[in-house]
Design a protein around this ligand. Sequence first.
Ligand code: NI
Length: 388
Amino acid sequence: MPVKNRFAELLSEITAWRRDIHENPELLFDVHRTAAKVAGLLKEFGCDEVVEGIGRTGVVGVIKGKSDRAGRVIGLRADMDALPIIEQTGVAYASKVPGKMHACGHDGHTAMLLGAAKYLAETRNFDGTAVVIFQPAEEGGGGGREMCADGMMERFGIQEVYGMHNMPGLPVGHFAIRPGAMMAAADQFDITVTGKGGHAAKPHECTDTTVVAAHIIVAMQTIASRNVDPLKQVVVSICTVQTDSTAHNVIPQVVKMKGTVRTMDPDVQDYVERRVAEIAEGTALALGAKAEVAYSRGYPVTMNTPENTDFAAEVARAVSGQVDTDAAPLMGAEDFSFMLNERPGAYIFLGNGDTAMFHHPAYNFDDDVIPFGSSWYAGMVESRMPAA
Ligand code: NI
């Protein structure tokens, strides 16, 4: 099962959908035009069911195979949202919306899954049910979490779920995957240090919050260097430091800091959450000030189930013959993790060749990727649920 010939025939049509979505980028849950286009096409393809408004603006299509003896249901997911970036690709189909751009290739993911849906609805050469999932708000809004919270998995009886993301720097048509943690959990925290401000020439009459904050920033780096097992991944970054003094000679009353934590292991995540609070509060106390910590969890670890990962790699191998099954995990985070927390499945990277990295104004999705992506999505259904 190499790249399916049907996708060579459909390439210009799928490319046209992709470029239309690219010209009309929408952010977060506000993907009304894109969702309406997706739903309209799914209906045109003859999907058995098309449901809009799951997880606010998500769209789900149901395609039944020729038979349903084994009662299996597979979910395939793409994301639909763009980013608040001013496009600088110079392509003919560049964004028509100032300040918004498909700089992560979600337009490509959506088009490739639409292509697979069209093919699957035409051929239905499988035993079971394919559920195509188009989610909003991957870029920070938690659209995947919202779709799950809306009961999507139960409502459509999804038993396993698969996602894909294009990858700049990996040759077009090459796939990369790994079992276990594929992408990190991303959490964030706010620290407020309160002391006693005053005249900078009389520090003995103050509790200097900037010195306290500096000690906290340095001590925070001992989480990675001294606390967590060196063989386990962790990043703690403090990215914003703000005092309430604007003068050269006033010690501030308050210093506020913001930071992010990236981890690959739920136990490490729990531990780091505790250490961030202990270090901030303990350091402040030792130096006579007070620290308050607000820690909030974002996207969880994207955890590939080993058996489903092997299967996803096998289908990718059949499509292109080029699969790295020991891909390095990324410290970025992915909203598909919420779906993988509810069902077994896997998330795979597909090479997008030589272009700028995601979220860069010169990033470009290569339409030559389309036949590989659509073939993989369709192949997952046909191979996982072979026609009886
Ligand atoms: Ni993305």
